[in-house]
Write a protein that binds this ligand. Structure first.
Ligand code: ADP
Length: 352
């Protein structure tokens, strides 16, 4: 089932929650909608589910407009953050419930197949209160998936799990979706989830989509400064620079030589990912001067906070073996091909 959102808008009294959204989701695709709180993700998902009706615009499932269809008529399975299992029913009955109300055939077989897939066999006779959070989440997934829906809609379904469980649930979910080829829309504010789960990610801000693309495309070629700053931990280092001639730029009052020709513009925003910067001795050619402010040791890697000016600190991600000390003067070097350039007025990426 492919899905199309066409000029979709949801207006509440004082808020435009979703603003003229256009999005095509391919059949069998795992699309993640990523954004911070209030960006319009849940409203979008709720309109897809039929829980909210659009103020204007159209929703298509394959070639058919579904705006007027109720959630039940859309054949979508929903999993939310606060999934509720029926507390008085055993796991097997919870999973079987959607099949029983639809009076389907071979219910036991379908239930046990699904339980097998999600590793729930040993707990079929238990009640929800006897299960851990992660087990309950898997039961909720099983219940949503058991009737082989055309579309799977999920809103932060893993956020109640602890970090280790979330990792394994993510893998299970991805495998399940791939095996069964169900078109999936998954809402999250967690960029790691988005990058690991999505075939494509749609990044939302203020009710609009900022960029849609495969995870590596979004990471390597952010379309604007919003996306550049949103994806990546620590975030991309950015600074407004002035270009004097095509061989040198000014950053925070300091002139830095550049080994290749710079873009032919006067004012630009330069962005460099923390892992693309190398700490070198001060006064090394082509390096941005700075002072080590703080070193965060994270086990396999470390993050150095380097003060470029009083108001500008850049992050450098390394493998933990740096010989640097707090307070030391250093240079920050990067390869020209790792520089991202943005227009300071529009915030859009400049191809260079
Ligand atoms: P997200 O899921 O990204 O956190 P939402 O889609 O829930 O964002 O909300 C987007 C915006 O719409 C927010 O500003 C929110 O306050 C507003 N909003 C959501 N639902 C309602 C509602 N029922 N009535 C009024 N405003 C709402």
């Amino acid at each position: 089932m492919k899905i199309r959102l066409q000029d979709l808008t949801k207006q509440y009294r004082h808020t435009t929650a979703v603003n003229n959204l256009n999005l095509d989701i391919n059949s069998g695709e795992f699309l993640v909608v990523l954004g911070s709180s209030g960006s319009g993700k849940s409203t979008t998902l709720n309109m897809l589910a039929g829980l909210e009706s659009p103020t204007s615009g159209y929703l298509f499932f394959d070639e058919h407009i579904v705006n007027h269809l109720s959630p039940g008529e859309r054949d979508v399975a929903l999993v939310f953050q606060n999934y509720a299992l029926y507390p008085h029913m055993k796991v097997c009955d919870n999973i079987a419930f959607p099949l029983r109300i639809r009076k389907e055939n071979n219910i036991d077989k379908k239930v046990f197949e699904m339980a097998d897939m999600l590793g729930l066999n040993s707990m079929m006779r238990k009640y929800p209160k006897e299960l851990s959070g992660g087990e309950r989440q898997r039961v909720a997934l099983a219940r949503a998936l058991v009737r082989n829906p055309q579309v799977f809609l999920m809103d932060e379904p893993l956020s109640n799990l602890d970090a280790r469980l979330r990792l394994s649930a993510r893998m299970e979910l991805k495998k399940l979706q791939r095996d069964r080829n169900i078109t999936t829309v998954y809402v999250t504010h967690d960029q790691t989830e988005a990058l690991t789960l999505g075939d494509r990610i749609a990044i939302m801000d203020k009710g609009t989509i900022q960029q849609i693309g495969a995870p590596n495309e979004i990471y390597q070629k952010p379309q604007n400064i919003f996306v550049a700053g949103f994806i990546g931990t620590p975030p991309m280092n950015m600074a407004q620079i002035k270009i004097y001639d095509l061989h040198a730029f000014n950053i925070g009052g300091v002139t830095v030589e550049f080994p290749v020709l710079l873009p032919n513009k006067k004012d630009l925003i330069l962005g460099i990912r923390p892992e693309k910067l190398t700490i070198v001795p001060p006064n090394t050619p082509f390096a941005i001067p700075g002072k080590i402010e703080h070193i965060e040791y994270l086990g396999s890697e470390s993050v150095c906070h380097v003060e470029i000016t009083k108001n500008m600190t850049w992050y450098v991600k390394g493998n933990g073996g740096e010989e640097t000390k707090t307070g030391e003067q250093v240079g920050l070097q990067f390869s020209p091909e790792d520089a991202h350039w943005f227009d300071p007025v529009t915030g859009e990426r400049i191809a260079f």
